[in-house]
Design a protein around this ligand. Structure first.
Ligand code: 2NM
Length: 342
């Protein structure tokens, strides 16, 4: 009765091959009829049992039964899989995956932050300590310590917003330098970047009651304006990516001596003359100078031993120059279409 064992194997292999071709429920049904139906191949095997002895019936009946169960299970798995594929297909046609996605809104850095980052990188690379301080200050740190007593005419030029008689919105970030010098022993290298300052100015395209300063301070033995000049060149390289020249025009600030209005050669035309520098080849960016001995004494630094330089420049002005922004108020208005350009 070996032929029954062979038939079982044969039927199973051909079933497996046929099952691979089944790709829908109708085909699965035909396959079921062909193998497991009333006249199917498995049924026919069962029929051959009729003429067998009881032992043979026992032996082969079980084997045929196993075959039947295997085929039924395989068919059921196939049907389940077809069902699953069908519902996936339905979902796919509900969502159109070929449509372009909705753009994910990514924020933009404010131009002041961009310049601030460039300045930060430069000064960190030069081993400066980055410091900041309060926007609300007392009269002493904003004026007195910086050699600007109550009666001094410089106070007129830096009219402030007062909170009380003694407390005000800082008019510059020199307050930060004063507080740092009170705490730290020289030699010291500090910078405050993008510090908000306030002055009672009428606003126009180049003035606004709120502006931002970068102020640096370097105190050590034997420093001079030449060191200051070199640092400013480096600072401008960080922002414009170009080597500029520095020009000092003698000027007066109560907290420095000598003091200078400080200009750079125009990074756009390299001194040939253009719209940005108004054909002059030079652009004024702020003030600088050697820290006044009285300011050093005010913070207990011996001016006989140490000297230092400081500068205070406008970050708003740098941002306007670099990005061609014509009105300083654009930096404060928070108009989304303006900010999205950066
Ligand atoms: C400027 C111009 C020149 C300055 C001086 C100091 C301090 F505190 F060290 F004395 N900080 N910043 C300074 C010097 C600021 O702004 C136009």
């Amino acid at each position: 009765m070996l032929f029954i064992a062979d038939s079982i194997k044969q039927i199973y292999t051909s079933f497996e091959a046929d099952l691979l071709d089944v790709s829908n429920e109708d085909q699965a049904e035909s396959l079921k009829i062909a193998y497991l139906g009333r006249k199917g191949q498995v049924r026919q095997l069962f029929d051959t049992l009729a003429s067998m002895s009881p032992e043979e019936k026992k032996q082969y009946g079980g084997a045929i039964n196993d075959l039947k169960n295997k085929l039924q299970d395989a068919l059921q798995n196939k049907l389940n899989q077809l069902q699953e594929d069908k519902s996936k297909q339905e979902k796919l046609s509900f969502y159109d995956y070929s449509l372009p996605g909705r753009p994910f809104p990514i924020g933009h850095q404010h131009p002041l932050s961009l310049i601030g980052q460039q300045l930060y990188d430069t000064f960190r690379s030069l081993n400066f300590t980055v410091v900041d301080g309060n926007e609300i200050e007392d009269d002493y740190h904003n004026f007195e310590a910086l050699n600007i007593p109550k009666w001094h005419p410089a106070r007129k030029m830096q009219d402030s917003f007062y909170i009380t008689e003694n407390m005000l919105l800082r008019t510059h970030t020199s307050t930060v330098q004063v507080r740092a010098m009170e705490k730290m022993k020289p030699p010291l290298r500090i910078v405050s970047i993008n510090g908000r300052c306030y002055r009672r100015d009428a606003s126009d395209a180049t003035h606004y009651p709120v502006f931002h300063q970068i102020e640096g301070l370097y105190i050590d033995e034997g420093l001079s304006m030449a060191d200051l000049s070199g640092l400013l060149v480096e600072m401008m390289y960080g922002v414009f990516g170009r080597e500029v020249e520095i020009r000092f025009l003698p000027s007066y600030f109560p907290f420095v001596e000598p003091g200078a209005e400080t200009l750079i050669s125009c990074p756009f035309c390299r001194k040939k003359g253009c719209q940005v520098c108004q054909q002059s080849g030079w652009i004024e960016l702020g003030g600088s100078g050697m820290v006044h001995p009285q300011v050093l004494r005010n913070v207990n630094i011996d001016p006989a031993k140490y000297s230092g330089f400081a500068f205070g420049w406008g970050v708003d002005r740098l941002a306007m120059l670099k990005y061609g922004i014509e009105d300083i108020r654009m930096l404060m208005d928070n108009h989304i279409h303006f900010l999205e350009q950066f």
